[in-house]
Design a protein around this ligand. Sequence first.
Ligand SMILES: Nc1ncnc2c1ncn2[C@@H]1O[C@H](COP(=O)(O)OP(=O)(O)OP(=O)(O)O)[C@@H](O)[C@H]1O
Length: 293
Amino acid sequence: MQVPAQQDYRSRAIAVEARGVSVEYDLSREKSTLIALEDFNLEVREGEFLAIVGPSGCGKSTFLNVVAGLVEPAAGEIKVYGKPVTGPEPDRAVVFQDYALMPWRTVEKNVRFGLEMQGRVDSTTKDKVAHYIKMVGLSGFENSYPRELSGGMRQRVGLARALVTEPRLLLMDEPFAAVDAMTREIMQEELTKIVATTGQPIIFITHGVDEAVTLADRIAVVTNRPGRIKEIIEVDLPRPRSRASRQLPEFQALRERVWQLLSSEHPERSEAEMAVSAAAGHHATDAGSGGGI
Ligand SMILES: Nc1ncnc2c1ncn2[C@@H]1O[C@H](COP(=O)(O)OP(=O)(O)OP(=O)(O)O)[C@@H](O)[C@H]1O
């Protein structure tokens, strides 16, 4: 299978542009300010799958929230499709790690909520909801409640709820961190296929190095807080990428490169320690625990 939407992203227009973005949080109890991001610069092109990795607390979610229009930067500029971000807009959809579903609503009504929130319910809604429920593989579960679903199925609902709004940009914050290893593998494969159809660019935060190399066109490695771009790595591996691709020397070289960059952001952990922890399963469990970094 080819993945046309992702292949030629380099020649495409810029979808997201962050220039000199800094974010400060007011810590009123401590009477101080926490600088989460500082001079953060990044471009994402149409059709691109960009993964962001970095140490815990380095500001990855903060950056996603800035793009979503949920957090206002203290300095710098952020544009989505050339328009400065001033708040949330229907052209961006966010998928969270914890699914953020409404337990009292069925699958169908949770997905429909994506359109309700934007005041876009009309005669096409029923068909659209059915289309995206089918796309994420949940046909037959329209009337189920979240409590009746597995973690992977709940995340599919979260994805369908984002996709149903047909956003121009998809923001995903560790979406597969809470699901088991096998489900995570399946979800990664399915996400690749889905975005090949829907085509919008994705900013995808993950703690999984293998996940980043498997999914992304480019990986942005972020420094310790205050987060800045440390390096951007092009993942020039053929698609589709599968579990077997992880055996390729090129895959392994990219994985090692990302780990090296990350380990240098963990001065208290020597590279040897990182290597041991990786050999002990971080690379492999990347798929399972959502951990690894
Ligand atoms: N609303 C807030 N108020 C105060 N501090 C915050 C707020 N949100 C985030 N922070 C702080 O900003 C820093 C960056 O947080 P953020 O959640 O963006 O990091 P992250 O890289 O996504 O972390 P993780 O990988 O652990 O999810 C952290 O130190 C966090 O405690």
